[in-house]
Structure formats: C-alpha cells, structure tokens
Design a protein around this ligand. Structure first.
Ligand code: PMV
Length: 318
C-alpha cells in the first residue's frame, strides 16, 4: 500500500513558530497543491521492536529518519514494532521544492493505512503539521488556507484545483540540499531580524488579500499579494544574524525574466521558498511562454510544470 501526496507552494508564507516544541506556526498561510510532482510512501510495521529503516528513492536515508520515526510514533505509539519505510519522489528532495511537505503528508496517510486506524483529514493534517508546518497543507488539494490560534492549527480548502486551474513552473537552480533547514532559519529570524515582528503583524492583511483574490479569481491581486509576501519573508531571512540567503545568481535571473514577462502583460508572478528554486505561477494561457522564457535563463538546471492537484490519497504503486 502506497500513499501519495504532492508538494504545495505557499503564496502567503509560513515563516516563524509561536511554539517550537509543538511546531505551531506564528502565522497563517495560504497555498496551492501541485499535481505533477509527488512523493509516494509505504510504511510496513513489523511485530518485533527494533530500529526503523528508511529508504528514499532506493537509498538508505539516516538524516530524515528521526523525524520520520517520531511522526510514526505519534500515530502508532512509541511501543510499536520496527518500521520499514520506503519513499519515492519524482523531483529532487531537500532543495526548496517542498519535499518535506509532500513527504510528511504521505507518511501520515501511509502510517494510518498500515495501522488500520482511521482519522479525518484535519487530524492527519495536524499530525503532519506538528512535524513539518507546511505538510499540513498537502493533505488537501487546490487552494488551501492554514490558520492558527494559540492551541492548534486549522486547515481547510478554500477552492478546488478545477475552480481556478492555475499553472506552476518550477525552475530548479540548484540540486544540492539547502545549507540551513527552514526550522533553524525561522528560529534565527524570530530571534534576530528587526523585521520579524512586523512580518507577523501584517500577515492577516496578506491572508485576507490572497483569500479575496482566490474567491474573485483576481490574478493581478493574487500576484501582488504573493510577490510582496514572498519578498517580506526573504527580507526577514536576509536580515537575520547571521543572514540566511537561499538565492543564487540564477534565482535572481529568473526573477528578472518574470519581471520582463510582466512588462509584456503576461499573467505571471514568482514565489520562492527556503531554497534557491523559483516558482512562477501563471494563467494557463501564459504557460508555454513562461516555460520557454525561463528555460532560456542562464544557470538553470531543470524545469517542471504542473497544474494544481488533489490532496494526499492512497494509490496503486506502479
Ligand atoms: O514546513 P517547513 O518547516 O519546511 O517550512 C516551510 C516554509 C516555507 O516553505 C518557506 C514557506 C511555506 O509556507 O511553505
């Protein structure tokens, strides 16, 4: 039995934790779930105790294993037998392509399936989110909003992928794992960036703007809010001490290419997460032009395009 989940791309970003132990986000977020990139996970729980084993695309992975084991404990209990976990992705992991989001969303579903316990999607989203904040959103498809109070998160789809079939062009500018994981970078930002408090304060405004843009299918408004929110998050990163800079030359060249397309009135905007990859979001009419333009930027290593897709689900493994 395999569970599949796709990465999601935040248009209004999660950056900062209000509770590090419970991994509670300091801000709400709004994302789109992709269709073509995926992580598939299978979990086999043995009867006997022992060390868990994880393979990612066929290779043993010790780095991710402690978080994976902790996530399985949350569902199957700490006194469970050893787990054999297999993970497969069709895109590079740990390089800012939201691989932890799709991985932990798929892992939670795969673990529930293997224990034969049941839970509703929100319960699964909360468990995934307690391990990787953005993973909570990949349990759902289409446009997803995550809100937070002092105790817990709430996650809900606000529009289906078919309601507004945007396209996302993911441009890979580096395939090596990122130099600093997002959790540590967030804590550093909260402790040292002079802009962190205004980032948190202004988030409800951006969420309301993006939510309204989705409701009204207003691409220009979604573009304006998303780019602004992304640049604010990176401002917190850049002004952390020591600074956290995930961009490289090709990331900047891609931003420039998107700006040039916008000058020609192409309906496209960019967003960038905790990594050097750029994601260009566009209307279907602009997909080919955006893809061709970004494919011609110096220094890019790969390009994927995707529509919007569904949430985590059980699949036949082929
Ligand atoms: O889920 P995490 O802990 O890897 O954090 C991801 C944070 C960003 O991708 C940068 C933004 C987001 O909301 O997905």
């Amino acid at each position: 039995m395999w569970a599949q989940a796709q990465p999601n791309i935040a248009l209004v970003k999660y950056w900062g934790k209000s509770d590090i132990v419970r991994n509670l986000p300091a801000v709400g977020s709004l994302s789109i779930t992709l269709e073509s990139l995926y992580t598939r996970m299978s979990v086999e729980l043995l009867d006997d105790p022992g060390a868990d084993e994880l393979t990612v695309n066929g290779e043993a992975n010790a780095e991710m294993l402690p978080r994976v084991s902790r996530c399985i404990d949350l569902i199957a209990g700490g006194d469970r037998g050893a787990a054999r976990i297999q993970s497969e992705t069709n895109f590079p992991v740990a390089a800012g392509l939201a691989s932890s989001a799709s991985a932990f969303a798929a892992l939670v579903l795969a673990t529930y399936e293997s224990t034969e316990k049941t839970a509703n999607t929100l319960t699964m989203a909360r468990i995934a989110g307690s391990v990787s904040g953005s993973a909570a959103r990949s349990l759902y498809g289409g446009f997803v909003e995550l809100s937070v109070d002092s105790e817990t998160i709430d996650v809900r789809p606000i529009a289906d992928s078919d309601d507004w079939p945007l396209k996302v062009i993911v441009v890979v500018t580096e395939t090596a794992p990122k130099h600093l994981n997002s959790g540590e970078a967030m804590i550093r930002g909260a402790e040292t960036s002079p802009f962190y408090s205004s980032w948190v304060e202004r988030q409800p405004e951006d969420l309301a703007g993006a939510r309204a843009a989705v409701e009204n299918r207003d691409f220009e408004q979604l573009a304006a809010v998303s780019e602004h929110n992304c640049l604010k998050m990176h401002t917190v990163m850049w002004t952390s001490r020591p600074p956290v800079v995930y961009w490289n030359k090709a990331t900047l060249a891609c931003m420039d290419a998107v700006r040039e397309l916008q000058k020609k009135s192409e309906p496209v905007f960019f967003t960038i997460d905790a990594g050097p990859q750029l994601k260009a979001v566009c209307l279907p009419s602009a997909e080919e032009t955006v893809k061709d333009t970004l494919a011609g930027v110096d220094g890019i290593l790969g390009i994927y395009s995707s529509g919007l897709g569904s949430g985590a689900r059980v699949v036949e493994h082929s």
